[in-house]
Design a binder for this molecule. Structure first.
Ligand SMILES: [Mn+2]
Length: 308
């Protein structure tokens, strides 16, 4: 039997974490031995789900053994993958981000521009004729709620909404609002995190040409929890920028309920770059980025265009 490690990106969110568990289940149905791994501690939304729905939390692995096959879910960029990615034998990738991936050998790749990796996995189960258990369906629904912010994010497609309806039938979850809101509230609880942990809570590094950009997104039902720590967070951003030789760093505080993005930005070069990219003005290290809720669709592309 072929053995596969299923892994997700650094600073994992709910979609990638639970998608790894779902993918491992899918691969087992395909007669592989599959184990989900994480590269970082879980965020509080995912922890809430793991406790509430009695899910086995995967082990942490930052550097995987090279002898074994690997499946990447919810990411494909080297800067977000395990440190020894180039030595790994990647045989599967399932993702909904832009493609920045090179391979030596042929492999299974499944990319679709829909709101969550779990939506793609739902389609893969259907296509293979695999039954979706109540537990797996609950995880899928949680991923869609998390990535789409209850269908508020512009990444949401008609297909995601259709899939959610079908998952509601399997899970008997009738009210999506009362299913999703406790998830968002759990994610918003930051009191015991250090400033650095807050910046890196949902954080990605984009390598654009020779430039390295760090982009944090804090999706919250209570933006005040983050914004009152502005000074402390800016100091942490400065440290992360220096320690990782970044060319730019930003932290968006996304108010899920009001659908508003308030972005923290360092003085000097970064302020200038942000003002140029989004044609806005920064005041007191804060920028109003309006209704930009999606890093993937409304921030990363502008950043890429600017640095290219
Ligand atoms: Mn995702």
């Amino acid at each position: 039997m072929r053995e596969i490690n299923v892994i997700w990106h650094k600073n994992p969110d709910t979609d990638c974490t639970l998608s790894a568990i779902i993918m491992a289940d899918y691969l087992k149905k395909k007669w592989y031995t599959a184990t989900p791994y994480i590269q970082w501690t879980l965020n509080k939304e995912t922890l809430y789900l793991i406790e509430k729905y009695d899910i086995v939390s995967p082990q942490i692995h930052t550097s995987l053994p090279t002898s074994i096959e690997v499946c990447l879910v919810d990411h494909n960029e080297a800067s977000q993958a395990p440190d020894n990615l180039s030595e790994l034998n990647v045989t599967w990738v399932v993702d909904h981000h832009k493609v920045k991936f090179e391979t030596v050998l042929p492999l299974y790749m499944r990319f679709e521009p829909i709101c969550s990796t779990a939506s793609i996995l739902y389609k893969m189960y259907k296509e293979s004729g695999f039954e979706i258990s109540v537990k797996i369906a609950t995880l899928m629904l949680a991923c869609i709620m998390s990535d789409s912010l209850l269908f508020r994010s512009p990444t949401t497609t008609k297909e995601d909404i259709e899939i959610s309806k079908e998952l509601q039938e399997i899970t008997w979850i009738t009210n999506l609002e009362s299913f999703a809101m406790p998830m968002f509230d759990a994610k918003s609880d930051l009191w015991d995190l250090s400033a650095k942990e807050v910046v890196k809570y949902d954080y990605k590094v984009f390598q654009i040409g020779d430039k390295k950009c760090g982009v944090g997104t804090l999706e919250t039902t209570n933006p005040g929890h983050a914004l009152w720590r502005k000074r402390e967070l800016l100091r942490a951003m400065r440290d992360i920028r220096n320690e990782n030789s970044l060319d730019f760093i930003m932290l968006s505080v996304v108010d899920i309920l009001e659908e508003k993005n308030t972005t923290l930005i360092l003085d000097g070069e970064d302020t200038k770059i942000l003002e140029d990219i989004f044609n806005i003005s920064v005041s007191g290290n804060l920028a109003d980025l309006w209704r930009r809720l999606s890093r993937k669709k409304q921030i990363a592309p502008d950043l890429t265009a600017y640095f290219q």
